[in-house]
Design a binder for this molecule. Structure first.
Ligand code: ADP
Length: 162
């Protein structure tokens, strides 16, 4: 099924000059970028994005930390479209904690912290956000993009990669 999903290159990805490297991972897999922009998120937007789910899962302290981190400098917001895009993008991104992410995934390949360090201090700095489910993708896309910022177009080589 053709799906759309939201990816954010978080402030650490932008600061480390990894925007191009990260985009390449999705493009080379044949996924299509149908929306993209740089956004300085407000605390309200970041709180709405991570919302109660993160507070419930990890506690309020982690939510506050994440909101501060994600709003510290701009992020790149991307709409990615493709066959099973939600699960495929999550696979390309890798496990939540960089020190535990497999090599070959974005979080694994660009992790430069030791496992111990990553576990203790650096859990939020994992370069990317990617929607977890169809429901999350729908909610998050509406939070970051207006309809006219998502483009319906064909790539000239599309019939060869789908
Ligand atoms: P994912 O981003 O892989 O879907 P989650 O939805 O579980 O992972 O968590 C959302 C984000 O919360 C993570 O990407 C990470 O940036 C941050 N995070 C998770 N656990 C912690 C933690 N213990 N301390 C700080 N940030 C955390």
């Amino acid at each position: 099924m053709i799906e759309q999903t939201l990816v954010l290159i978080k402030p650490d990805g932008v600061q480390r000059g990894l925007i191009g490297e990260i985009l390449k991972r999705f493009e080379q897999r044949g996924l299509k970028i149908v929306g993209m922009k740089m956004v300085q998120a407000s605390a309200n937007q970041a709180t709405e994005h991570y919302g109660e789910e993160i507070a419930e899962k990890y506690g309020k302290k982690v939510l506050d930390y994440l909101v501060d981190f994600v709003t510290s400098t701009p992020v790149i917001a991307i709409v990615i479209q493709g066959s099973s895009a939600i699960a495929t993008v999550r696979k390309i991104v890798g496990a939540t904690y960089p020190g535990e992410a497999d090599l070959g995934t974005i979080r694994g390949d660009f992790n430069h912290t030791s496992k111990v360090y990553a576990k203790k201090n650096d859990q939020g700095h994992n370069l990317i956000h990617a929607s977890e489910s169809e429901e999350a993708a729908k909610r998050e896309l509406a939070l970051w993009f207006s309809i006219d910022e998502i483009h319906d177009y064909k790539l000239s080589h599309e019939e060869h990669i789908l």
